[in-house]
Every structure is written in structure tokens, then in C-alpha cells.
Design a protein around this ligand. Structure first.
Ligand SMILES: O=C(O)CCC(=O)CC(=O)O
Length: 269
């Protein structure tokens, strides 16, 4: 296990070595998850690319830190971690709030970003009312009280079969995140809007969405892709909000193909 101290929080991360002449892929996960959600993608891409995974503050084995947070706080943690690891020009693959963090870091630290993969995310996610209701539910009754509702957005009905032990495991993953870190991250999503910034993204970008995503549906992700100059847009079949869990092969193929067809000068071919 690897831990780093950045911005007064302990961050849990993992580095998986790969060919030095290939870009580093940095995976930033979604609300209420830790970096284990990428496992089935990592086993497919390991050996082809160096890989970095991490738990954002308030999630997994990372500290909760001082709350509330902003997306810029999350982005500053990731930037500090990459500085510590001497990483520049990475491909940042962000899922949902991880995609907001990727958009933020693109603005604040463009030297760290060679390309963006925005997975099941948007330039703005949800409304203030929706996030305030979610924060109130978590503060009053804890994350377990919202697990069933959230799972309907995360996964397709086929995956939500009660006999699917992986489904049970991901319910546990969400329920066991710290309430305070989860609620603080909800507030950071509520307050983030990268709609104006999207037009200024100057790196090759791939936007991906599961066809049954209930949190950031295909139309929302398509609209975000349309705001970003030259962005590609792909839909993964039979997936909800977390395609790295439900359709890891399709997602890995899209990531590999995107990187392999993006030249070192930073232009999509
Ligand atoms: O998944 C995220 O990072 C935020 C978007 C969302 O609303 C997902 C959820 O419902 O948990």
C-alpha cells in the first residue's frame, strides 16, 4: 500500500509501472467509491501504460481532512500527488466527480495533462436542490439510507440482481465510505460548473457514457462533449454510471484506442 501526505491529508494511492515511453494514465474515481472500481480495467491495461490510482480525500483509505471541500481542493490534492510522483503530461481519466476534478486540473495545472478521458461526467452535474437533499439525507440517516436509490443510477437492472455478489460488494463499498467525506464531496459537486471552461480545453478529449447511466445520462455527456473543441463521444452498451465495473472490456478498448490514436504533440489523429 502507498500513502502520501499532500495538502495536510494522507492520500492512498497506487502506482503500477509500465513502459516509460507511454503516457501515464491517472484514474480518478466517482462519488462514494474507492479506486478498486478500476480493477477490471487495470488488469487489461497493465503492462501497456504506467498507471496511477488514488482515493480522493473523504473516500477509501484517504483522510477526510477539513470539510467542506471544493472541486479545486480535490484537484489540488491530485496535482500535489502527481508533483510528488514527478508525473507530467498524463492522461487523466476521471469518472463522474473524478471527471470534474480532471476538468479542474486541466485549468489550474495544464502542464500535468496530456489528454482527458471524461467518463460518465459533465461540465455540471445535478442541481443544488438535488445535492442539498442528498447531503441532508446523509447527515441525518447516513449513507446506508441512500444506497438503494443510488444503485439504481450506478448499475443496470441486470447487474442489480441480488444474486450478483459483485453487486452486493459495491453496495458495501458505498455504504462504508465516511458520511462526512461523502457529504463534503456532494457539496463540491453541487458548487462546480465548468460549462464556460469547457470551450477552453485544449487537449485531446474523449467523453464516454454508459447507455443506462442514471446519474449523468448520455444526452448530458453528449452536450458536454459538444462544448469541448474536437472532443470524441462514445456510448458503452449495457452499462450504467460505472462502466469500469459493468463493462471493463469495452471501456479498456476505448481508452487504449484513444491513447494510441492521439499523437505526442497532443492532437487527436
Ligand atoms: O458519481 C459521482 O461522482 C457523482 C454523480 C452522481 O450523482 C452519482 C451518484 O448518484 O452517486
Amino acid at each position: 500500500m502507498q500513502f502520501a501526505r499532500v495538502n495536510d491529508v494522507t492520500i492512498h494511492y497506487q502506482v503500477i509501472g509500465g513502459p516509460a515511453d507511454r503516457p501515464v494514465i491517472v484514474f480518478a474515481n466517482s462519488l462514494g467509491t474507492d479506486f478498486r472500481i478500476w480493477r477490471d480495467v487495470i488488469v487489461r491495461l497493465a503492462g501497456e501504460f504506467p498507471i496511477i490510482l488514488y482515493d480522493k480525500r473523504g473516500h477509501g483509505l484517504s483522510d477526510i481532512g477539513k470539510t467542506p471541500y471544493s472541486i479545486e481542493d480535490h484537484a489540488a490534492d491530485l496535482a500535489a500527488l502527481l508533483d510528488l510522483l514527478n508525473v507530467r503530461d498524463a492522461v487523466i481519466c476521471g469518472l463522474s466527480v473524478g471527471g470534474l476534478i480532471a476538468q479542474a486540473i486541466c485549468q489550474t495545472r495544464p502542464d500535468l495533462v496530456k489528454a482527458l478521458i471524461l467518463c460518465d461526467t459533465a461540465s455540471k452535474i445535478g442541481s443544488a436542490d438535488m445535492w442539498n437533499a442528498r447531503i441532508a439525507a446523509v447527515e441525518e440517516h447516513g449513507i446506508p439510507s441512500i444506497v438503494n436509490a443510488v444503485m439504481e443510477k450506478w448499475f443496470t437492472p441486470a447487474f442489480r440482481n441480488p444474486d450478483n455478489i459483485a453487486f452486493r460488494g459495491y453496495c458495501n463499498m458505498l455504504a462504508r465510505q465516511p458520511n462526512e467525506g461523502y457529504a463534503a464531496t456532494c457539496a463540491s459537486i453541487r458548487d462546480a460548473d465548468y460549462t464556460e471552461a469547457a470551450a477552453h480545453i485544449a487537449v485531446p478529449t474523449l467523453c464516454i457514457v454508459g447507455d443506462q447511466d442514471g446519474s449523468t445520462p448520455p444526452d448530458l455527456v453528449r452536450k458536454t462533449a459538444e462544448l469541448i473543441p474536437g472532443a470524441r463521444f462514445e456510448v458503452i452498451k449495457d452499462a450504467g454510471h460505472i462502466p469500469c465495473v459493468e463493462q471493463p472490456e469495452a471501456l479498456s478498448d476505448l481508452i487504449r484506442n484513444f491513447i494510441n490514436t492521439t499523437n505526442t504533440a497532443g492532437e487527436a489523429q
